[in-house]
Design a protein around this ligand. Structure first.
Ligand code: GLN
Length: 477
């Protein structure tokens, strides 16, 4: 039978697999063919696993026995910073070239127990630092809707793999927008779960107080399915929480959810076309019966400054482990141990990673700790307080996901600050730890191409269910 993967979703594939309309092997073959056709140009995948059909066969055996879970036999891709035992994993860095993961990340263990099919590992900005995949040591991932543009980042390969129909879904990681920004650029659904909602065990650490793994899918229903498969408390990650111990705050009015718009932050930075798409989305929400209110987030303008101090600080500490001795690359021998470290790190790390290690080391150093790092922590608390207050007045907060559409490859490559500005709407959710979802909301025509754009909803901690509720209504699922 012919399988139309351009419209296929996890929920439909589940029905058809269970009804034996096609097998998991049939499905995997179609995806492998599509990847073969498109990946040369798009560069979404860094590696296609060589045992995909064997994995799919095992899934078919499970289905035949009636051992069926929501993700059984579903082919997905994985960002190259999620450990899967016995397979190469590099965080798109030269320093980890050829590194083999010694164990499974918790999310992988969970998906393996459901017999999910892993197609391969996807491109990303090196160690997840960036918003365009231009910081990958293995080339940029092109945007499937316009090959002259970036796919976004850092989970650009994961998102492009879904958008080019090279996977039914993908797992990415989000520290400041790395799932949502590329999802907005490529027209798919990207969820950043609550911090601690999904185990980070086996995710290569970037900013440990902000990192979270999340699903990238074509629909909100699929996002919910994959999120439910990976979520939950884990003894290997003490920051995870259990559903029963984490109180859910109540819907403010016990009727339709109320949506707050921080209009004051939309005054600058948003392109005219992007503002138009956003305004249309707000009209759509009103027509769907949501009450929309203006809200204030007084300290939100400091979010980027806070983020770009806390992240480098955590990065400089997390990446200290790559010393050329314990992991991956070892450059030529230095004249002493320190020289050895320096040579390996200079050769193995790209420019952005080195920049953040330098900034991080600086803001944590004895003389500047109080002036930068401690101040950032204090402001983080203030921003969190603003969100808690706003989310006691409304149920959801909505903003655009990005200031505009995907930019051209190379356009911002030599200007890190302008790239950091792309994160202006996404970093607050990480700073506060709340869940956020990006949904496709419309298109802007540029150079004769319809470029996708996203809208972002944020909810209180552990209230992903509200994001799914509003998301399904918004996309008419
Ligand atoms: N673009 C942001 C950064 O460079 C976000 C990265 C991420 O979420 N991993 O830090």
């Amino acid at each position: 039978m012919r399988i139309d993967i351009s419209t296929l979703t996890i929920s439909e594939a589940r029905k058809k697999l269970d009804a034996k309309e096609f097998s998991s092997v049939d499905l995997a073959k179609v995806y492998l063919d599509e990847i073969k056709k498109k990946n040369g140009e798009i560069n979404a995948y860094l590696e296609i696993y060589d045992d995909v059909l064997e994995q799919a066969k095992e899934a078919d055996e499970s289905i035949a026995k009636g051992e069926i879970f929501p993700m059984t036999g579903i082919p997905i891709s994985l960002k190259d910073n999620i450990l899967i035992s016995g397979r190469t994993v590099t965080s798109a860095s030269k320093i980890l070239e050829g590194y083999i993961a010694p164990y499974d990340a918790t999310v992988i263990e969970k998906l393996k127990s459901q017999k999910t099919v892993f197609l391969g590992r996807t491109n990303m900005d090196e160690f997840a630092m960036g918003g365009s995949t231009e910081n990958s040591a293995y080339g940029v991932t092109k945007n499937p809707t316009d090959l002259s543009r970036v796919s976004g980042g850092s989970s650009g390969g994961s998102v492009a793999s879904v958008s080019m129909n090279g996977a039914l879904a993908s797992l990415g990681s989000d520290t400041g927008g790395s799932i949502r920004e590329p999802s907005s650029f490529c027209g798919v659904v990207g969820l950043k779960p609550t911090y601690g909602g999904v185990s980070r065990y086996g995710l290569m650490a970037m900013g440990s107080s902000l990192d979270v793994i999340g699903p990238i899918t074509k629909t909100v229903s699929d996002s919910e399915i994959l999120f439910n498969a990976i979520r939950g408390q884990d003894k290997m990650d003490s920051t995870t929480y259990s559903e029963s111990t984490y109180p859910k705050i109540k819907n403010s009015k016990n009727k339709n959810l109320t949506v707050g718009v921080p209009y004051h932050i939309l005054e600058k930075g948003l392109s005219i076309e992007a503002k138009k798409v956003f305004d249309e989305s707000i009209e759509k929400l009103k027509n769907l019966g949501f009450e929309v209110r203006d809200i204030k987030l007084p300290n939100i303008e400091y979010s980027l400054a806070v983020y770009y101090i806390i992240v480098p600080a955590e990065v400089s500490s997390n990446l200290a482990r790559f010393d050329g001795i314990k992991y991956g690359l070892h450059a030529e021998d230095g004249k002493d141990l320190l020289d050895d470290y320096l040579k390996t790190r200079r050769q193995g790390f790209g420019r952005e990673v080195r920049r953040r290690i330098l900034i991080g080391t600086y803001v944590l150093s004895a003389g500047y700790h109080d002036a930068y790092y401690n101040k950032a922590l204090a402001l983080r608390q203030k921003i969190s307080y603003d969100f808690t207050k706003a989310l006691s007045e409304v149920d959801l907060i909505v903003t655009p996901t990005t200031p505009g559409t995907a930019f051209k490859i190379g356009e911002k490559a030599n200007d890190p600050l302008s790239l950091y500005l792309e994160d202006v709407f996404t970093v607050p959710a990480n700073i506060v730890g709340i869940p956020a979802i990006s949904l496709p909301s419309g298109f802007v025509t540029e150079d004769g191409k319809d470029l996708p754009l996203g809208i972002q909803f944020m909810a209180p901690h552990n209230r992903e269910d509200w994001l799914f509720e509003v998301g399904k209504k918004f996309l008419g699922e």
